[in-house]
Design a protein around this ligand. Sequence first.
Ligand code: ADP
Length: 454
Amino acid sequence: MTPWTAVTDEPLSAPADDDSAAHGDSRIRGGARDSAPPGRGEEAAAAGVMPLVAMIGGGQLARMTQQAAIALGQNLRVLAGAPDESAAQVSADVVLGSHTDLDALRRAADGASVLTFDHEHVPPEHLHALVAEGVTVLPPPEALVHAQDKLLMRRRLRELGAPVPDFAPVEGTADVAEFAEHHSWPVVVKATRGGYDGKGVWVLHSQDEAAEVVAAQRAAGTVLMVEEAVPWRRELSAMVARSPFGQGAAWPVVETVQRDGVLALALAPAPGISTELASRAQQLALRLADELGVVGSMAVELFEFDGPDGTPRIQVNELAMRPHNSGHWTQDGAVTSQFEQHLRAVLDYPLGDPSPTAPLTVTANVLGAAQAPEMSMDERLHHLFARMPEAKVHLYGKGERPGRKLGHVNIAGAFPGSPDDADYAADVRERAERAAHWMSHAEWTDGWDGHADD
Ligand code: ADP
């Protein structure tokens, strides 16, 4: 498998999360932009030192992109809804405002070399307006719309000959019933826009269930579609990056595990995947990036299932045109992280090497417990580091709430080892899950008692 593709001669053709803890930093730029001092990134850009990248969204993806920007001598500007959002806490150049407010977007874009995203919820008409005003928007709105609208994405991918589940638009319950007659129940109904972390996805088993969901959603103005329920064996993510110059780079294909619609685990490379299937998934993702005109990092979420002849097949579930939860392993397990690669791509620098640096790297998300533990996050971190010095912890600076993504832990497996060795893979996975569970719950999954000998 060649995880690295570079073309050198000719160009190839998360909703912002709300957070807590006030900041009050005078360098944060708010509503009265004209009278406020310039942000640090703007100063550097004005001095001709470095280009300025503006990222729409103040969530953890922007926060971690900021880390990569620092290493590249840059200062990311973020458009955040509030000064205590994850990225706003760590950025010296924050524009406060909503991603649905064209004026706020203009303020974020002012003086920036490029405008990019940590989520896909900016209205397309605003992006077209910015482009018309001369702003460089990457990925371009014509590409991004395929990560914003699932029906449009399905139609385009089918046109491009990419494997997708069968689907149909939904105007009323009759459309769902007719689709189920051809494909059998259950079917999956989805909001075409605005869904995330499984919100906006309904697995329906009968016409009665369909009637209920369709009536409620249509009353709320949600546009719906229906698709086959894919009998997937597991979910995969093929992450790639593409630059305007025409370079493409593909990381190893990852296995993802979702719980309650939220990514819980990512294993890179996907254990047991054949070279042939991995290569097919990578080539598909690179081709889609190229055909859709994507610039930046992109995750192609895939279903892996058994074909009628028993051979593994893939179908595309959805696209994310930004750094993605399934790519967090690259921070501690690849030569180039997805965050650095996104910046390289939108600035049209040559792309970095996406090769893995460990036989297997596992990301486990730290999700808020139903009841936040009494032990503070700080104390949990002390205990985790004392027990597991190999754990790489990434916290997003967020208050604890049930199910909320608070951070993640990466564990890179030692050499020698292979993701195809079941015992090796189980060990790396267990350590990542144990560490993340500890950070969420202050409980060791293996019953270990650090004070047993006290
Ligand atoms: P979101 O935009 O909220 O992430 P997705 O479309 O990715 O929504 O769906 C969330 C999860 O629902 C997927 O990760 C998968 O587990 C399941 N799912 C989605 N579509 C299908 C389908 N057609 N067949 C089977 N499972 C599906």
